[in-house]
Design a protein around this ligand. Structure first.
Ligand SMILES: NC(=O)c1ccc[n+]([C@@H]2O[C@H](COP(=O)([O-])OP(=O)(O)OC[C@H]3O[C@@H](n4cnc5c(N)ncnc54)[C@H](OP(=O)(O)O)[C@@H]3O)[C@@H](O)[C@H]2O)c1
Length: 206
């Protein structure tokens, strides 16, 4: 299968690339500052150009997205809009535009995270964006054309990211990037659709 991984150079993305290559897939690595295949998910024009430069895509995986962290009392509209435009609409646009480029029976796999299920202080934007992404995937799965599928991976904090995030996740179990990558593998090579795959924690509500 030809799999396009957007965010391929990141902590999650690089483990996903390795796992998919081990599964004998042809992986096209895409990111903001990549040498060959660049995209800026903030721009629909850039997304369109990226898809146009890659022929016959069987699976699209997004391991990208940023949000701001701040106490809820200090959040501003601009701070919330940043996460909505970057992590939420960046991935939604990858799907909306990607539908025109993905092969029949192809799949999308997006990325959310634990924070809408098990929130932390300063995480109101992350919770909002992750919840919206999980809901989007569930609904979009019913309407995708040409037998396309869509799932989303929702990891807890990665062990590799603890040096940066540990103080924000006291008492949380971490999970290795390699284990997280297995959920993307399951989404790409399986037949399920509309699923949220939690990794490293149990979901409290659907
Ligand atoms: N790390 C964790 O513990 C953790 C836990 C749960 C959920 N998540 C979620 O997993 C996703 C990835 O996190 P990560 O820790 O792997 O991030 P990361 O290491 O910072 O990697 C981010 C990736 O996104 C690319 N990127 C950044 N801005 C972009 C843009 N505007 N357009 C296109 N690509 C862009 C980067 O490309 P360049 O390298 O080329 O700049 C890089 O490949 C995020 O949604 C995050 O919320 C992460």
């Amino acid at each position: 299968m030809k799999v396009v991984v957007i965010g391929a150079s990141g902590t999650v993305g690089s483990a996903v690339v390795e796992t998919l290559k081990q599964a004998q897939h042809e992986v096209i690595s895409v990111s903001l500052n990549a040498k060959n295949h660049k995209v800026d998910i903030a721009s629909t024009e850039s997304i369109e150009k990226m898809y146009q430069s890659i022929s016959s895509i069987d699976a699209i995986v997004a391991t990208i997205g940023k949000v701001k962290f701040a106490p809820v009392t200090e959040f501003t509209e601009d701070l919330y809009m940043f996460g909505l435009q970057n992590k939420l609409m960046g991935q939604v646009n990858l799907v909306s535009i990607g539908m025109r480029y993905l092969n029949k029976g192809g799949s999308f796999t997006l990325t959310s995270g634990i924070l809408n299920q098990d929130p932390i202080p300063m995480g109101s934007s992350a919770a909002m964006v992750n919840g919206a992404l999980d809901a989007f995937v569930k609904a979009a799965a019913m309407e995708l054309p040409h037998q396309m599928r869509i799932n989303i991976v929702s990891p807890t904090v990665l062990t590799e990211s603890l040096p940066v995030y540990e103080k924000f996740f006291p008492g949380y179990r971490s999970v290795s990037a390699k284990e997280v990558a297995q959920a993307y593998h399951k989404s790409v090579d399986g037949l399920q659709t509309g699923q949220v795959y939690p990794v490293g924690y149990s979901r409290v509500f659907a």
